[in-house]
Design a protein around this ligand. Sequence first.
Ligand code: GAL
Length: 742
Amino acid sequence: MIRKIFILLFLATGFLTARAQEVSISKGWKFTVGDSAQWASPTYNDQHWQAANLNDNWERQGHPNYDGFGWYRTKVVIPSSLKDKSYLKDSLRLNLGTVDDNDEVYLNGKLVAKYGGYGGTIKDGHYGGRSYTIAANNPAILWDKENVLAVRIFDTGGDGGLVTSGYGSTFNITMADVMDHVAVNTEADFVYGDNNSLSKSVKLHTTNAYQYSGTLAFKVTDPENGTVLYEKTNPANFTSGKPFTYSFSIARLAKRSYTISYTFTDTKSGKSIVQTETTPYILTPYPTAKVKINGADVFGARPGHPFLYLIPATGKRPLLYKVAGLPECLKVDAATGVISGSVAQKGNYPVTFTVSNSLGAKTKQFTISIGDNIGLTPALGWNSWNAWGLSVNDEKVRISAKAMIDKLSAHGWAYINIDDGWEAENRAADGKIVTNSKFPDMKGLADFVHGLGLRIGIYSSPGPRTCGGFLGSWQHEDQDAQTYADWGIDYLKYDWCSYSDIAPKPDLDGLKKPYQVMQASLGKTNRDIMYSLCQYGWGNVWEWGADVNGNSWRTTGDIQDTWQSMSTIGFNQGPAAPHAQPGHFNDPDMLVVGKVGWGPSLHNTRLTFDEQYTHISLWSLLASPLLIGCDMGHLDAFTLSLLTNDEVLAIDQDALGKGANQYIKKDDYQVWVKELKDGGKAIGLFNTSDKYQTISLDKTDPAIAGYTKFRDAWQQKYIVVTGNALTAKVAPHGVLLVRVEK
Ligand code: GAL
C-alpha cells in the first residue's frame, strides 16, 4: 500500500532548531516608556517601573497610541553549565521574542546587539523576531552571576514593545550550538509532473565553519492516522557554501495533504534537526477552453468620473467581447473586454456581456450602478506590503500588474496597490507630495496599469509620517488628494500611524476626524478613489466606518503568515461581520499566501496548505477585500489555484455584500454561514483543531433546513448528502466550503 502510493524517483532533501539547554527569560521583565541612557546601567533602580506582559504591546498596558522610545529590563543568571554542556562553546544566543519596531540590547550596561541585525538606525523600524548571537568570551557576560539585560526600543507607529508574536515568541538564552545556523531550506516550489507526481528539491545548508557529515531521513506521514507512507534515509554531507541537495518525487493520489519530515543527524556530535512541511493539493478545477464569464455581478462608479472595468472571462484566447445596453459614453474594447468612458447620469444600467471564442459564446447579466456608492463588492487586488514591505519599487509594481493581467484578471482581480514606501523625504517647495527614486514616474506607472485595464492604489497616513517613517498627508490632505487624482489613482489606503502625535488620546469623534478630512478632500477630485481605512480596528470602526464613507476598514492589527495570527484574526471577526454591506466592508488584513516577506527577501508562507484553504474561504465568507500579499512575479501552481477559484471568489463578491455569521463556535471547530443574493448560503465548516475531525450539520439544522443541493465550492461539484446530516471529514486547520441551494 505504502509503496504503491509513493514512488521515489530521485534521492538526494526545511528550518529547524535543536532543543538546546536554555535559560528562560520569559518572566520578570519591567518596562517604561521614555528614554534615558541610565536605564542601560546594571545599577539603575527600576523598582518603580511597570511589570511587563510580553503577550501584549505597550499600547494595551496603559500607553494607548504611544510611539517613540521605551525600555524593558530583566535580570538573569547565566550559568556556565550552559557553556559546558554545549558542543560548540563559542557563542551565546539571546532570543528576545519580537521587537516592535527596533532595538538596542544592553547586557550589564554594555551594548551587545542592535537593530535586529539590520543596518540603519534605531528609528528605521524593522519590527520582527530578534535572535542575537554574541561571543561567549564577550566581557559583558557575567557567567554564574546576575546579569542585567536592558532593551531600548523605538516604536515608529502602531503597536510597540517587546512581545511574543509569530515573528518570534521565544524568550531565552542558549549557547549557539552545532545545529544552530543549520537549516533545511524548503523554499523551492513543488513541481507537479506528469504521471501524477509531486517533486521537490530541498537543501541542507549552514553558515558554520563545521563539517557536517551524517544522515538525512525523509519521511512522509498521513496526518489522519500517523501511517508512515514513505521512509528513506540517505548519507548527507555539507559545509558552509557547499549545501547538500535532496530531491524526491512522490505520487499525488488523493486530494489531501501529507506531512513530510526531514531529519538531519550529524554523526560526530549526535545532534539532529527536524524540519516538517505539508504537501500541496489542488482542488480548483483547471479552467476549460470554453468561455466562462467570471467576477461580480455589479460595478459602481460615480457620475461624471472616469469609468474602467475589465470583463473577467476565461476560455481559449482570443476572446471577443460585446456589451448590450451599454450607457452612452461608455465603450467596450472588443479584443480586451475593457469598458471605459464616463456616465453622467445616476442610475442602475442593466447590461448584457457576451464573450465568445472559437468554441462558442456565453452571456451574463450585469449592472453598472452609477451613483454615490462605489466598491459595491469587496476589492480584489494586490498590495505590495506583505511581499515587499518598504522595498517596493516601480519595477515590482509593473511585474505585479503584468502578472495580474496574464493570470488573475480573468477571475475579477483588478487593483494593483502600492503600500508604504513610495514617498520622498520631503515635499516639493509648493508643498506637493513627491515620489522617491524608486518611483520615478507615478503618472507613467498609473497610465501603464490603466492601459492594461487594471486600477492602481496608493498609501498615506493622516499623520505627519507613515508607519514606515515616510511623509504622511497631515495638513496637505486637499493637495495630496488632488495629486493622487492627477496621477490617476483609484484607491487610497489611509493608515493612522503617526496621527497619534496629533491626537494622542482620541475619543470617538477624534478617531473619525482624520478620515472625514481626507474623505472630504477625495470628494473634491474628479475620480473614484476607493477609500480604505487602516487604524487597526480602534473604536469598533466597523460600527462607523461606513459613516465616514470608508469602502473598507481594517478590523485588526497586522497579519502574519502563521496559523496563530491568521486564525486569531479570522475567527474573531464575529462582531464586525454584520456591518459589511455593499460599498463598505470589513478588512481583516491582506492575504498571506504565496511568497511573503515584508522586505526584500521572501519566503513561502508558513501556513500549511489546509490553512491556506481556510484563509481564503474565511475571508471570502467575511466579504473581505482580498488583497494578495505575495510576489506576483512568482506565483506557484498551488497559490494560483487558490486565487482563481471562481466559485469561491463568487462567495466573496456576492452582490448582497453580507459578512458571514459565526454560527457555531466550539473549541475545536466552527461553522460560519453567509447569506447570498440568490437565496442560497455559503457555509464554512472549519476544523480549528490539529487533528482530523468529522464535522456535521443535521439536515434539520436551521442553517441548512430546506436546502437540497450542496455544492463543494473549491471542487466545484455537488456533494451527495445521504443520511440525516451534511457530514465532512475535515483536515487539521482545514475547511469544507459549501454553497447550499434550494
Ligand atoms: C501598518 C499597516 C500595514 C502597512 C504598514 C506600512 O500600520 O497596518 O498594513 O501598511 O503600516 O508601514
